[in-house]
Design a protein around this ligand. Structure first.
Ligand SMILES: [Zn+2]
Length: 288
């Protein structure tokens, strides 16, 4: 398990919150950290306080150190689940070794950036995921959740996490080969709701063998094998795709697709989160 995962669970344990009702009560985490000199503030970017004014626009959180105490400012114009993640990310910077010397934190962070090359940001994101979705507990809940993307939606809801952060966490903790693709619809005009799509990023666990490069264009999910099912106002294609329709050099390999498309507004699909498992053998032993 990652060091940041253990640090987050250790914090919850010390605060007596490891087995609490979900979602994790972050207010109580903040209360617990007050004795260590952490203070929480929410800000409206239009009315940002003087100390963070220059940083406030366009970031999710700002951590401002002064005289041994830290003020954590959370951008309240973001969705609720993003605010939670950003709060956890900021706590990560506050607690993790070596992060206190990072002078760039006062300029603010954009959180949940799976492609970031800054190691401290990766660590803070990992810590954030683990504080909001404690890995030991999340992994247990994965076993009783519905397999695949539906289960991710269930988990995201009970942990009050964004679907994307829950999906990234899920892939990292899955005990079967598993990968997540974040795809953006390429806008080529009206009527292009079925693609093409561009890969924004791939997350895969150690067992998933195929690397799918960012920027790769996917013309269309093959309709004949993907079943587009409406699910609570969203579309969830499920089925088998052939990797040759996803990436070069992987001809003939099948993966099973469970995906979630969003946002779904006025008939326009914005992006797709696709969960990939190996089709052969497609074992759900993990979930039994
Ligand atoms: Zn950060």
């Amino acid at each position: 398990m990652y060091e940041e995962f253990m640090a987050a669970e250790d914090l919850l344990d010390r605060a007596g919150l490891l087995d609490t009702n979900l979602p994790i009560p972050l207010d109580s985490v903040i209360e617990y950290l007050a004795k260590d000199g952490l203070e929480l503030h929410y800000y409206d970017p239009k009315l940002a306080p003087e100390s963070v004014k220059n940083a406030a626009y366009g970031v999710d959180e700002v951590l401002h150190w002064k005289d041994g105490t830290a003020a954590l400012f959370i951008n309240q114009s973001r969705p609720r689940t993003r605010q939670r993640f950003s709060l956890c990310h900021g706590i990560g910077h506050f607690l993790l070794p070596y992060h206190r010397e990072l002078n760039y934190l006062a300029r603010g962070c954009n959180t949940m950036r799976p492609l970031t090359t800054k190691p401290y940001e990766r660590q803070a994101d990992r810590f954030a995921a683990a504080l909001n979705m404690p890995p030991t507990r999340f992994r247990q809940d994965m076993k009783t959740a519905t397999p695949g993307m539906t289960g991710i939606l269930e988990l995201a809801s009970s942990y009050s996490a964004s679907i994307e952060s829950a999906a990234i966490h899920y892939v990292g903790l899955a005990e079967v080969p598993c990968s997540l693709l974040r795809l953006d619809l390429v806008k080529i005009g009206p009527g292009s709701r079925d693609g093409p799509y561009k890969v924004r990023y791939q997350i895969r666990n150690d067992q998933f063998p195929f690397l799918i490069p960012s920027g790769l264009r996917i013309e269309k999910f093959p309709d004949e094998i993907v079943d587009w099912k409406p699910w609570q106002g969203q579309y969830m294609p499920e089925g088998l795709v052939y990797l040759e329709s996803i990436g070069p050099g992987q001809v003939g390999r099948e993966v099973a697709l469970r995906s979630y498309t969003y946002p779904h507004r006025a008939g326009v699909l914005g992006g797709v989160l696709a969960l990939l498992f190996l089709a052969k053998p497609l074992k759900w032993a993990f979930f039994q």
